[in-house]
Write a protein that binds this ligand. Structure first.
Ligand code: CMC
Length: 392
C-alpha cells in the first residue's frame, strides 16, 4: 500500500484548502474572510458575521434585512419535536440533547436528505438550521429549569430573540438588556469559526460522505462536547470553583498542572495553534470585566482566574511550552453573569460555531472534496490461524 506518513492528531497535516478563516498562531492573528476578529467583535452583529462566513462577503443593508426576514420565517421547530424535550430525564447534559435534536431535524425537513442537493435545497437547509438552533437551545434550557417553553417573537433580531426565548417569561413583558445583547453578540462572533479544529474537521469528515448538513453538524456538536475542545468552558468554571472551595491557593493548582504524574491540566490554557496568545481570549477578558461591571456582579472566581493567569504566565513550565489562556478561560464567567447555568456553556459555544460549521460544510461540498479517509500504520498481529473455543 506504499509509504504512510504518520501524524497523530494531525499536528502538521493540512486536510483541506479553505478560504474562510485565517489563523496565524505565532502572531496571534485571527481573521474571518480577511477581516480581523477584533474589528468584527467590536463593530458587527453575529448575524452579519454568519453571513460573511457562509457567503464570503459582509452583507449590504438589504442583504442583511432579507436574510433576517428569511430566518424569521423558520424560527419555529416542528411541534412534534417537543416530545423529545419531554422524553429526556431532567438532568440530561444539554450537549447530548442538542446533538440529537439537530440530527433529528433531518427527519422533519427531508429536503435536506438529497445526497446531491440543489442550490435551493442547500440554501433552505442552511437557513432552517440557523433559524431553529436558538429555539432548540433555549428550549433545552427552559426544560431543564422546568419553565414553559417560549415561542420566538420575530420582532426581535436574531440574538435578542434567543435571549427573549431563554430568559423571558410568559407572565411578564421581557425587558431586553442591551448589555446582554451586546455581550452575546460578541461572544458568538468570537466563537463563529476557527478553521480546522476538532469539531469543524468532524463536520467536514462526516459531510464528505455526502451526509446531510443536519447530521454533519450534529457530529460536530458531539466533537465539541469534549473538555479538551468546547467542553473546556464548563471545565474552567468547575476548576475555578474547586480552587475557590479548596481555599483559593492558586500556586498549589499550578503545581498540580505541572506535575506529569497528575492528570490535572489548567483548563482554558494552551492551544494547538496559538503559541503567542489567543486573540479571542484578549477580547473576552476585557468583555468579562465590562459585563460584570455593567451588571454590578462581583464573582469571586474572576479574581481566582486572574491570579491563576498571572502565576501561570510567569512560570517557566507555561512560558517554555507557550501555554496561554484560550477562548474558554474567561467566557464562562461572562455566561454565568448573564444567568446561564454551567452546563449550558458548551451549548452556547455550539450556537456561536454554527455558521462556521455550515460555511465549512458548504465549502467542502462546493469544492467537490473526496471522502475523508485517513490511513494508518498497522501495529497488530500479522496473521494467525483461528483457534477454536476449547483451545483458547
Ligand atoms: N495545563 C498543563 N499543561 C499543559 C496544558 C494545560 N492546559 N496544555 C498543554 N500542556 C502541556 C502538555 O502536557 C505538553 O507538555 P510536555 O511537552 O511536557 O508533554 C505540552 O504542554 C504540549 O501540550 P499538548 O497536549 O501536546 O498540546 P496539544 O496541541 O495536543 O493540545 C490542548 C492542545 C488545547 C488540547 C491542550 O493545551 C489542553 O489540553 N488544554 C486544556 C483544555 C482546553 O483549554 N481546551 C480548549 C482549547 S481552545 C478552544 C477549543 O478548542 O475549544
Amino acid at each position: 500500500s506504499g509509504y504512510i506518513t504518520l501524524d497523530s492528531g494531525y499536528k502538521n497535516t493540512g486536510a483541506t484548502k479553505s478560504a474562510i478563516t485565517f489563523l496565524d498562531g505565532e502572531e496571534g492573528i485571527l481573521r474571518y474572510r480577511g477581516y480581523p476578529i477584533e474589528q468584527l467583535a467590536e463593530k458587527s452583529t453575529f448575524l452579519e458575521v454568519a453571513y460573511l462566513l457562509i457567503y464570503g462577503e459582509l452583507p449590504t443593508k438589504k442583504q442583511l434585512e432579507d436574510v433576517a426576514y428569511a430566518i424569521s420565517r423558520h424560527t419555529l421547530i416542528h411541534e412534534d419535536m417537543k416530545k423529545f424535550f419531554d422524553g429526556y430525564p431532567s438532568k440530561t447534559h444539554p450537549m447530548g440533547q442538542l446533538a440529537s435534536l439537530v440530527c433529528s431535524l433531518s427527519s422533519f425537513y427531508p429536503e435536506s436528505l438529497n445526497p446531491n442537493p440543489t442550490k435551493e435545497e442547500t440554501e433552505l437547509t442552511m437557513l432552517k438550521l440557523v433559524a431553529k438552533m436558538p429555539t432548540i437551545v433555549s428550549w433545552i434550557f427552559k426544560k431543564a429549569i422546568g419553565h414553559p417553553l417560549m415561542y420566538p417573537q420575530n420582532k426581535f433580531d436574531y440574538v435578542s430573540n434567543f435571549l427573549y426565548m431563554t430568559f423571558g417569561h410568559r407572565t411578564e413583558e421581557y425587558k431586553m438588556d442591551p448589555v446582554l445583547v451586546d455581550a452575546m453578540n460578541k461572544l458568538l462572533i468570537l466563537h463563529a469559526d476557527h478553521e480546522q479544529n476538532c469539531s469543524t474537521s468532524t463536520v467536514r469528515m462526516v459531510g464528505s460522505s455526502d451526509c446531510n448538513l443536519y447530521a454533519s453538524v450534529a457530529a460536530g456538536i458531539t466533537a465539541l462536547w469534549g473538555p479538551l475542545h468546547g467542553g473546556a468552558n464548563q471545565a474552567v468554571i468547575e476548576m475555578l470553583e474547586t480552587i475557590k472551595n479548596d481555599g483559593g491557593d492558586v500556586d498549589k493548582w499550578v503545581a498540580k498542572a505541572k506535575d506529569k504524574n497528575d492528570p490535572f491540566r489548567l483548563m482554558g490554557f494552551g492551544h494547538r495553534v496559538y503559541k503567542n496568545f489567543d486573540p479571542r481570549a484578549k477580547i473576552i477578558k476585557k468583555t468579562c470585566d465590562d459585563v460584570l461591571a455593567k451588571l454590578g456582579i462581583n464573582d469571586p472566581v474572576l479574581g481566582i482566574a486572574k491570579r491563576l493567569e498571572e502565576v501561570a504566565l510567569n512560570d517557566e513550565y507555561f512560558i517554555s511550552r507557550k501555554l496561554y489562556p484560550n477562548v474558554d478561560f474567561y467566557s464562562g464567567i461572562i455566561y454565568r453573569a448573564m444567568g446561564f447555568p454551567t452546563d449550558m456553556f458548551t451549548v452556547l459555544f455550539a450556537l456561536g460555531r454554527l455558521p462556521g460549521w455550515i460555511a465549512q460544510w458548504k465549502e467542502m461540498r462546493e469544492n467537490n472534496e473526496p471522502i475523508g479517509r485517513p490511513r494508518q500504520v498497522y501495529t497488530g498481529e500479522i496473521a494467525r490461524e483461528y483457534v477454536s473455543m476449547e483451545n483458547r
